[in-house]
Design a protein around this ligand. Structure first.
Ligand SMILES: [Zn+2]
Length: 356
């Protein structure tokens, strides 16, 4: 918690709201320093006006729950599934939100709606990566989102890596099967067609949610499910291998809707990583399995959205990275953090991170 030099509690400067705005719902947190003071979940209304109104309502509800004034917030951060321009607060092609246009000034519109509170926007996968790194106490990691699509957010040496064109971590579009089906990106056999929740949905269409159904059937020994789980895990393991071989990140955190599978996912991917490394002393030496982690059950996208508003994220909106805040002693969520629902807040990130 931020304190003023005279010893009194700083009731305003440390208060930040982060909102993870998805196509179906908005998840929000109010942070006081590192501590989660309140959480909120609301259905998203589509279109620019709907998104701004939903976000404003979420902010007001968080403030009411925490007993603080909206005007007392230091900043609000928005994680949006689209191409964002942090320096102007605009988003483009956020089709999941019903925003098809380019350069829509969601940040400034929300700021005006909230009476001038500063609003920062960031891509939602980048927010999730920052939030996961913060909560897990990691400085060098890839956050591999397995949801509708597949993509990774990268925090390298404590800095968010956006990349030259914002394409850092787009491992879902690495070709995986040269003779595979056409991908929405125009290539064939992309990893995303094998390693995503959508891939399991397509292969196991009769049960919802498919990942849970496939893994349950595989655990019961159903041959088709065992094969499907193995193929899925191999594709995810390939993404993990690519991430380590390109960035040598210390940790690869599995997130997204599919990560709700929990330990069985971690074990399946770990086994696949070991199979891929079996004949390679080099790969074995990299100890890929030991680098695998799962997201903790906190709304990392919303927490990350709050963190990108902090003044100690230099270069945000100017350079190509944002820095993680120096960690305090605690990385644990504060009171009031509800366990994540089955539906993950970042599940729709990957396919909408950029247009293709
Ligand atoms: Zn592709």
């Amino acid at each position: 918690m931020a304190m003023d030099p005279a010893g009194g509690a700083d009731l305003t400067g440390g208060l930040r709201v982060g909102l993870d705005v998805g196509g179906t719902k908005v998840l929000g947190v109010l942070l006081e320093g590192e501590v989660v003071r309140a959480t909120v979940r609301r259905p998203t209304r589509p279109g620019t006006d709907g998104v701004v109104a939903t976000a404003a309502e979420a902010v007001r509800e968080l403030c009411a729950d925490a007993g603080v004034e909206v005007a007392g917030l230091a900043a609000v951060g928005l994680g949006l599934p689209g191409v964002v321009e942090p320096s102007t607060g605009t988003v483009s092609h956020a089709v999941n939100l019903g925003i098809d246009l380019s350069g829509v000034p969601v940040g400034p519109l929300l700021s005006a709606e909230l009476g001038g509170v500063p609003v920062t926007v960031e891509n939602d996968l980048n927010c999730a990566a920052l939030g996961a790194a913060d909560r897990l106490g990691l400085q060098d990691m890839a956050f591999l989102a397995l949801g509708t699509g597949v993509a990774a957010g990268l925090v390298l040496g404590g800095h968010l890596r956006r990349g030259h064109a914002g394409a850092a971590g787009e491992v879902g579009h690495l070709p995986y099967r040269a003779d595979g089906p056409l991908c929405a990106c125009g290539q064939r056999g992309c990893l995303e067609l094998y390693a995503s929740g959508s891939a399991l949905d397509a292969a196991w269409p009769d049960a919802v949610p498919a990942p849970q159904a496939v893994f349950a059937a595989a655990a019961a020994g159903e041959p088709r499910a065992v094969d499907l789980r193995a193929g899925f895990a191999d594709a995810v393991a390939t993404a993990v291998r690519f991430l380590v071989l390109t960035c040598d990140v210390a940790d690869v955190v599995l997130g997204g809707g599919v990560a709700q599978l929990g330990t069985p996912l971690l074990e399946a991917v770990g086994d696949a990583v070991d199979r891929q490394a079996a004949d390679s002393p080099f790969l074995r030496s990299l100890q890929l399995r030991d680098r695998l982690r799962l997201t903790s059950s906190v709304p990392v996208g919303a927490i990350g959205a709050a963190l990108v508003t902090r003044g100690d994220a230099p270069g945000h909106g100017q350079d190509h990275d944002a820095r993680l805040p120096d960690r305090g002693a605690s990385v644990l969520p504060g009171p009031g953090v509800a366990p994540e629902d089955r539906e993950n807040p970042i599940e729709t990130v990957a396919m909408t991170r950029r247009t293709h």
